[in-house]
Design a protein around this ligand. Structure first.
Ligand code: ADP
Ligand code: MG
Ligand code: ZN
Length: 624
């Protein structure tokens, strides 16, 4: 503080001294000026005190010296000045007294500059500085006017439908929308209404943004793209203004397409209490709703939006006439995954042994983004090993990494823990082997990976499934419980390692009771509010529970009964084959990972018949 103060006072003193020196200089150098009356001026001439006269538009200046080049003397000792009077006799009078007359065009440039432009400049400077300060402090006051810059029609995005693999249905629907835009009359002629709002719905990474870009690439109509959060501004009303602006422009450019990415940022249900910025979002949303109602769909403006959280969207947004057309962009199926892998390996040099189909089989539930990541990881690994091609080995490693997190080489389990994990995983694998509908075991591992996973048993579904029978669900529970059952049989004690298994088993059991009506006691009745119309979304938290306390108790009981019952079954299987359990676990302890073939070899041919590799179940196929 002290430092700053002395610095400041120092500079003030400095300025004062400079000013004083300047003033002194002025008085020293500048001629002494004596303002005199016109008659006195004339008199001075008559007295011979003036040698030369400078005549300007407003003044007469008399000097006691002359310069050779007849300009104003540089250092006159004295200067008399008088206002110019309209006196026709002046010039003859001067000539008569032999006075040098110097005409002067008064140079007003600097005077003007000083009196007018300079203050203006200073003013502007201060204003600019102040605005800049404010802008920094308050998070961008100066960006106010820049909003329009982003809302421009795009032309070349470099993405086409070719680049989007495995979303054929979504692509078909979007092509239809494009058809509307390219040729609106064809549809309106028959009285059909062109859809106003199209919502792309699906989990993150499934290619929604990519699809929208592809639409832009294929559109042949102007395409406006904006993120939902771009509308959320610091000032109330600004987002709404931006929405208005967007629609104004879109209307001018019709037919055209507007894309709002991450719609949930702006379209969250109103009143869903968030702190701050809440008013602003509400206003913006209201404006969007109003605009969507306002414009004529016949003009050919289609609003495309994307979200991965449809359940939190304000219901008003989904009403007919707004975003009433929903396109599901779901996780790709097997064929889709193969296609996506093909797209992303196009520019990768693959070894001949790489089988994309096998990789696709091993990655159920992966999204496009995850598959793209897998390919990239594999390529990176190959590059790190200075390989010429990306081989199967790299894909395997990349997959292991992504599936279960990076190998934690430094994580040490003590011998006892290791044994427990080995028996636990062997338990899963064996139960899976003895259940006809269970997915075949693909890999068993006790190499610790990532957080919390001490080992895993990977099962390989051979096809994507959309329907599951009661038997399949129950046997899935068996497999999940196999880990704990093995621990109990072998060690007579149980561990915390089964937590995730139990949770998943319980979830399945609960779904069977409350969602699928699969138990006798509670009947073919659904006890849960229906899930919202989109896949992978949870029921709205505010949805009413329509069950009595008594029913709730019976549900809990039933769930418990299922799990306990299946636990008994799993234990039973393992007890029957305890010798196999020991064999598998010991081998696992020795090798840390067992591939499918090794596992099958241990448990022998006898089980090959029990296992029909072509019939199996869907995604989450990994047990820890
Ligand atoms: P979303 O918007 O649904 O979250 P993105 O469109 O941003 O997902 O996808 C992220 C990336 O994942 C894309 O840039 C692309 O590389 C890859 N990707 C996702 N889905 C696909 C797909 N169906 N085909 C090809 N690549 C895909
Ligand atoms: Mg996106
Ligand atoms: Zn487990």
């Amino acid at each position: 503080m002290k430092d700053v103060k002395t610095k400041a006072s120092f500079s003030i003193v400095y300025i004062l001294i400079t000013l004083i020196i300047l003033m002194l200089l002025q008085t020293w150098i500048a001629p002494k000026v004596e303002n005199v009356s016109y008659s006195k001026f004339k008199q001075l001439i008559a007295e011979g005190k003036i040698n030369s006269v400078v005549v300007s538009s407003r003044f007469l200046k008399g000097f006691d010296r002359i310069q050779d080049d007849h300009t104003e003397p540089l250092f006159p000792s004295l200067m008399y000045r008088t206002p110019r009077v309209d006196d026709q006799n002046l010039v003859p009078y001067l000539e008569q007294h032999n006075i040098t007359i110097i005409g002067e065009n008064e140079n007003t440039f600097f005077a003007t500059l000083l009196s007018w432009i300079l203050p203006a400049l200073i003013f502007v400077g201060i204003w600019y500085w102040a605005m800049k300060r404010m802008g920094q402090g308050a998070g961008g006051i100066m960006t106010l006017g820049k909003s329009k810059a982003r809302i421009v029609a795009q032309t070349d995005v470099g993405v086409t439908f070719e680049d989007v693999a495995g979303q054929d249905e979504a692509k078909e629907e979007l092509k239809e929308v494009l058809e509307f835009l390219r040729n609106p009359e064809r549809f309106t002629r028959l009285g059909a209404k062109i859809p106003k709002g199209v919502l792309l719905v699906g989990p993150p990474g499934t290619g929604k943004t990519l699809l929208a870009k592809a639409v832009a690439g294929e559109a042949g109509v102007p395409f406006f793209s904006i993120g939902g959060s771009d509308f959320i501004e610091m000032f109330v009303g600004l987002g709404a203004a931006r929405v208005r602006d967007l629609f104004e422009q879109a209307n001018k450019m019709a037919p055209c397409l507007v894309f709002i990415d991450e719609l949930d940022a702006l379209g969250k249900a109103r009143g869903a209490g968030t702190l701050g910025g809440h008013d602003e979002r509400e206003q913006t949303l209201n404006q969007l709703l109003a605009e969507m109602d306002g414009f004529q769909s016949t003009k050919g403006v289609v609003i495309l939006a994307a979200t991965n959280r449809p359940e939190i969207l304000d219901p008003a947004l989904l009403r007919p006439g707004r975003f009433d057309r929903h396109i599901l962009v779901d996780r790709p199926d097997l064929a889709g995954r193969i296609a996506i892998l093909k797209v992303h390996t196009k520019s990768v040099i693959l070894a001949p042994d790489v089988d994309l189909e096998l990789i696709a089989r091993r990655t159920p539930g992966f999204t496009g983004a995850e598959l793209a990541n897998l390919v990239n990881e594999a390529a990176l690994l190959a590059a790190r090993k200075d390989k010429q091609q990306v081989g199967n080995e790299e894909f395997d490693e990349a997959l292991d990494r992504i599936v279960a997190g990076l190998e934690k080489k430094n994580r040490v389990l003590n011998e006892k823990e290791k044994r427990t994990v080995a028996y636990h995983e062997s338990g899963h694998a064996l139960v899976a082997a003895f259940r006809s509908t269970a997915e075949p075991v693909h890999k068993i591992s006790i190499v610790p990976r990532g957080i919390g996973a001490l080992g895993f048993t990977q099962q390989l579904p051979t096809e994507d499934r959309y329907l599951m029978s009661k038997t399949e669900l129950l046997e899935k529970i068996d497999v999940l419980l196999g880990g704990r059952a093995a621990e109990e049989i072998v060690f007579g004690d149980i561990t915390t390692g089964a937590q995730n298994d139990l949770q998943r088993a319980t979830d399945i059991a609960r779904s069977m009771v409350t969602l699928y009506g699969m138990t006798e006691k509670l009947g073919h009745v659904t006890y849960q509010p229906p899930p919202s119309p989109f896949l992978n979304s949870t029921p709205h938290p505010a949805a009413p529970r329509e069950i009595s306390d008594e029913t709730a108790r019976r549900i809990d009981e039933e769930v418990r009964e299922i799990v306990e019952d299946r636990m008994k079954g799993a234990s039973e299987t393992l007890r029957q084959h305890e010798d196999l359990l020991h064999l598998v676990a010991e081998k696992l302890l020795e090798k840390e990972t067992l591939e499918r073939e090794e596992f099958l070899e241990i448990i022998g041919r006898a089980l090959d018949s029990a296992e029909s590799p072509e019939v199996t179940v869907p995604p989450p196929s990994e047990l820890s």
